[in-house]
Design a protein around this ligand. Structure first.
Ligand code: NAD
Ligand code: IPM
Ligand code: MN
Length: 353
């Protein structure tokens, strides 16, 4: 398994995830890589030659922290490393589970853990993220900036199919089936791309009659998410809407420090990272919440078939949240390292699988 902590709090939370993986007894070999801002500033390299081919060939999975450093104004290294992995390794499904572990963590009134248990499946290789477009007459009064929104039949269809399959294969924490798939777009204004998403969703839904196919415009969805998150089960959407609604959804879970994600291409080396970024203002202070990274590690182990190890880690995080053995962003008093050590100890004591 490859481990790339990256920048800022990535360098603090990933070591906690690593200690927890080791405590879980998972049979994995971990190899660290220094890709990130420091290395880029030192030798100008973002991704070493053949880096993605090497990851795909030599590793089962990749655990990533975050990229983003105020010293790299262009953010070029984040683009080349993070978006590079997503695009060049064709990790087309960004899976972002949204689960509330304790009522105290949710900013909404009267919401219990069972009320927030949904998954956002974000298209991860197209949309406005391809950087197609350009700037014309830069610096003049006539300047034009074009950012294209690329939506291919293949790209839209495979994430929608992935979403229906995901519903069939997964259950909620309470054991009930995931039988509602909601496609979220902005087809009332972005008619070309939205039209393609609408047509493909309708067509593919005809093959999955046990799953209720629903639709919401992204603006209405944002309002519904804070008004009543109980209604959501699985949401499929494009790259940018998926980015935005998963930060909003992270708010329901207790903030960005709690949110996990996987960047998946079934059958290929996939990449797992917390949803949060490098959080420069809190970096280096031992205050970042490591649970998003730790839950990401559990997701990665489950993806590789180590479901017992993953379950032990998830149970330990749940217990830490209940006992307030957490960092301050979710109400505890522990530092990043101390919260990681608490999980490590709990996981190592949780015994045989
Ligand atoms: P951010 O996620 O880094 O931080 C947003 C807010 O959430 C901040 O207030 C931060 O303090 C808080 N936060 C985030 N993670 C936390 C944690 N683990 N514990 C406690 N609080 C936490 O987003 P941003 O500030 O918009 O971006 C900072 C940098 O990170 C930028 O360079 C951005 O491009 C980059 N970024 C990278 C990734 C990634 O690599 N996957 C994701 C998002 C942002
Ligand atoms: C995320 C991040 C990235 C994204 C940035 C850093 C490019 O916000 O993983 O959610 O927009 O996908
Ligand atoms: Mn984001």
């Amino acid at each position: 398994m490859a481990v790339i902590p990256g920048d800022g709090i990535g360098q603090e939370v990933i070591p906690q995830a690593v200690r927890v993986i080791q405590a879980s007894g998972a049979n994995v070999e971990l190899t660290g890589f220094d890709w990130g801002a420091d290395r880029y500033l030192r030798d100008g390299v973002t991704v070493p030659a053949d880096g993605f081919a090497m990851l795909g060939r030599d590793y089962d999975a990749i655990l990533v922290g975050a990229f983003g450093d105020p010293r790299v104004k262009t953010n070029i290294h984040a683009k080349e490393i993070l978006l590079g992995m997503r695009f060049k390794m064709d990790l087309y499904a960004n899976v972002r589970p949204i689960r509330l572990l304790d009522a105290a963590l949710c900013p909404l009134k009267g919401i219990e853990p069972k009320d927030v248990d949904f998954v956002v499946l974000r298209e991860n290789t197209e949309g406005v993220y391809t950087d197609a477009g350009g700037v014309f007459k830069q610096g003049t009064a006539d300047e034009i900036a074009i950012q294209e929104d690329i939506n291919t039949r293949k790209g839209v269809e495979r994430i929608i199919r992935y979403a229906f399959e995901y519903c069939e294969k997964h259950r909620k924490a309470d054991g009930s089936p995931r039988n509602k798939l909601l496609m979220c777009d902005k087809s009332n204004a972005m008619t070309h791309a939205g039209g393609l998403w609408q047509r493909v969703f309708k067509e593919v839904s005809g093959e999955y009659l046990k799953i209720t196919a629903q639709h919401m415009y992204v603006d209405a969805l944002c309002m519904q998410m804070v008004r009543d998150p109980r209604q959501f089960d699985v949401i499929v959407t494009n790259n940018m809407f998926g980015d935005i609604i998963t930060d909003l959804a992270a708010g329901l879970q207790g903030g960005l420090g709690m949110a996990a994600s996987g960047n998946i291409h079934p059958g290929r080396t996939s990449m797992f990272e917390p949803v949060h970024g490098s959080a420069p203002p809190i970096a280096g202070k031992n205050i970042a919440n490591p649970f998003g990274a730790i839950l990401t590690a559990a997701m990665m182990l489950a993806h590789l078939g180590m479901t017992a190890e993953a379950a032990k880690i998830e149970a330990a995080v749940l217990e830490a949240v209940r006992q307030k053995k957490t960092t301050q962003d979710i109400g505890g008093k522990l530092g990043t390292k101390e919260a990681g050590e608490w999980i490590e100890e709990r996981v190592s004591k949780s015994g045989a699988n």
